[in-house]
Design a protein around this ligand. Structure first.
Ligand code: C2E
Ligand code: CA
Ligand code: CA
Ligand code: CA
Length: 283
């Protein structure tokens, strides 16, 4: 019986090592594949409309997609965590910003999208790197005469970084005319005093606070408090994940100034977005 236990133990150890190795190899394959995809130009911006209370188009958020030759369109949930863990988000995010700037330049030539501001996500991993942040900042004024057409969306996890360092970087962004939004507000650990000290233009109410509107009284209190806080600080307040007319009416009554969600539009490729935008009223 002792031999049998020993044998079983060895077999189990062997199997678990095999599993670990396989997992490690899969992770590496995804990383290599993503690095290849960046170099091959497979990273692509999608655009989701942002609207005012009357449903007029005010801007858009850029959302990263990976157009994989075999897997098709890969959503960010399947590669952003890996890209942040490995640092690959830095080249991917830089390439995305460059693509967005050149599209914006194209769209400035006239037509439905001229002058439309774009918000792009900047990960705390990008912000933690001085070099990656500097490249992002200098890309905008180099590509666009009107740097204010670009807004960087930062998340509260950026606070994990040294506050004075983050503040200096945000001031450098503002000095170039880039606008700043705090994304996913309320989901992280930011303190209100920090919020007051950051040079922000906009606060985005996370969709977790929008989802249960208008029937859940707690959700209503939290959303109303966030909207009021943003307005008291002099910020534009944008609600994310607006899916129903009832949510929109509720947020509008709270004083929210802009809205983003499937009620208005899904994220679209540059081409579809440009085609759609021709049909929108502009805010
Ligand atoms: P996020 O920045 O909070 O972006 C909003 C997400 O909510 C997007 O998911 C969008 O498609 C989704 N969404 C929009 N309206 C609705 C709605 O009405 N209902 C629901 N249920 N969802 C809605 P997506 O495109 O899958 O992106 C997920 C996350 O991936 C983003 O969350 C952001 O954290 C990250 N991400 C996307 N693009 C980039 C990027 O270029 N750089 C970085 N660092 N992160 C990115
Ligand atoms: Ca965002
Ligand atoms: Ca968000
Ligand atoms: Ca979110």
């Amino acid at each position: 019986a002792i031999w049998l236990v020993a044998l079983l133990t060895v077999v189990m150890l062997y199997l678990s090592v095999q599993t670990m190795l396989r997992d490690a190899r899969q992770a590496t394959e995804l990383e290599l594949d993503f690095a290849r995809g960046i170099a091959a130009g497979e990273i692509e911006p999608f655009f989701q409309a942002q609207c005012d209370a009357e449903g007029r188009l005010m801007g858009a958020e850029v959302l990263m997609r990976w157009r994989h030759p075999l897997r098709g369109l890969v959503p960010p949930g399947e590669f952003i965590p890996m890209a942040e863990a490995t640092g690959l988000i830095k080249p991917a995010g830089q390439r995305l910003l460059e693509q967005v700037c050149s599209l914006l330049l194209q769209w400035q030539q006239g037509g439905a999208l001229a002058g439309l501001p774009m918000a792009i996500n900047v990960s705390s991993v990008q912000l933690q790197s001085d070099a990656a942040t500097e490249r992002l900042i200098e890309t905008v004024p180099r590509a666009l005469r009107e740097a204010g057409l670009i807004k960087f969306e930062l998340t509260e996890s950026a606070y994990a970084q040294d506050f004075d360092d983050l503040l200096a970087k945000m001031q450098a962004m503002r000095a170039q005319g880039i606008r700043l939004a705090l994304d996913d507000f309320g989901t992280g650990f930011s303190s209100l005093s920090l919020l007051k000290r950051l040079p922000l233009h906009q606060l985005k109410v996370d969709q977790s606070f929008v989802r249960d509107l208008p029937d859940d009284p707690d959700a209503c209190h939290i959303a109303a408090t966030i909207v009021r806080l943003g307005r008291d600080l002099g910020l534009d307040v944008v609600a994310e994940g607006v899916e129903t007319q009832a949510q929109l009416d509720c947020l509008r009554a709270m004083g929210c100034s802009a809205f983003q969600g499937f009620l208005f539009a899904r994220p679209l490729s540059a081409e579809s977005f440009a085609n759609q935008a021709a049909l929108w009223r502009r805010g």
